[in-house]
Design a protein around this ligand. Structure first.
Ligand SMILES: [Zn+2]
Length: 187
């Protein structure tokens, strides 16, 4: 931290305290050059990014709404709250590391589907049906055919895929027959 008095970048921290709620950390510093003291505050920067929708309108990123959508997609699947939280946190990290101010809603949708595809195929298709706005059974069948052809990698727009090689949910093993059973409309 540059000294506000002599502008040298050479200080040491003499005291560190966190606020009552723990969200702010106050550091008392002393400049090693002019020996004057100053204080810095450290706080978490909340995601300020805005989501640009298909129609071009912008709205603040709504974590609660994303969670609702995911919970709906994961309904009655063996997916824990912790896994949903992990997925949301990863998507937020992806947004934060890629965009400063605005993020296309398509980016969020594709990332969510990518990670959901690793987790559970039924939840993936449910989410896709809402996100891709399936109009009829044809759209649904096309998505299922894409999954059949490429079961390990949901067919997403390449430009929105993360460059990671490690899976977010490495221990999840899918039961393909169980997935099929739950998609049976007669059940
Ligand atoms: Zn100084």
């Amino acid at each position: 931290m540059r000294c506000p008095f002599c502008h040298q970048d050479n200080d040491k921290v003499s005291d560190t305290r966190s606020s009552v709620d723990g969200f702010v950390i106050r550091r008392r510093r002393m400049c090693c050059v002019c020996e004057k003291k100053f204080t810095t505050y450290e706080r978490i920067e909340a995601t300020q990014v805005r989501v640009v929708k298909r129609d071009g309108s912008r709205a603040p990123f709504d974590r609660g709404r994303l969670r609702q959508g995911l919970e709906r997609a994961c309904w009655k699947r063996q997916i824990s709250d912790a896994q949903i939280s992990t997925l949301i946190a990863q998507v937020e990290r992806d947004i934060d590391s890629t965009f400063e101010t605005d993020v296309q809603s398509q980016f969020i949708g594709e990332r969510v589907m990518f990670y959901l595809g690793e987790l559970d195929q039924v939840a993936y298709v449910r989410f896709a049906s809402v996100y891709r706005q399936f109009n009829d059974a044809d759209d649904f069948i096309k998505e299922l055919q894409r999954m059949e052809q490429n079961p390990d990698m949901p067919c997403l727009s390449a430009e929105y895929l993360p460059k990671r090689k490690k899976s977010l949910f490495p221990k999840v093993k899918r039961n393909r027959n169980e997935d099929r059973g739950l998609l049976d409309p007669l059940e």
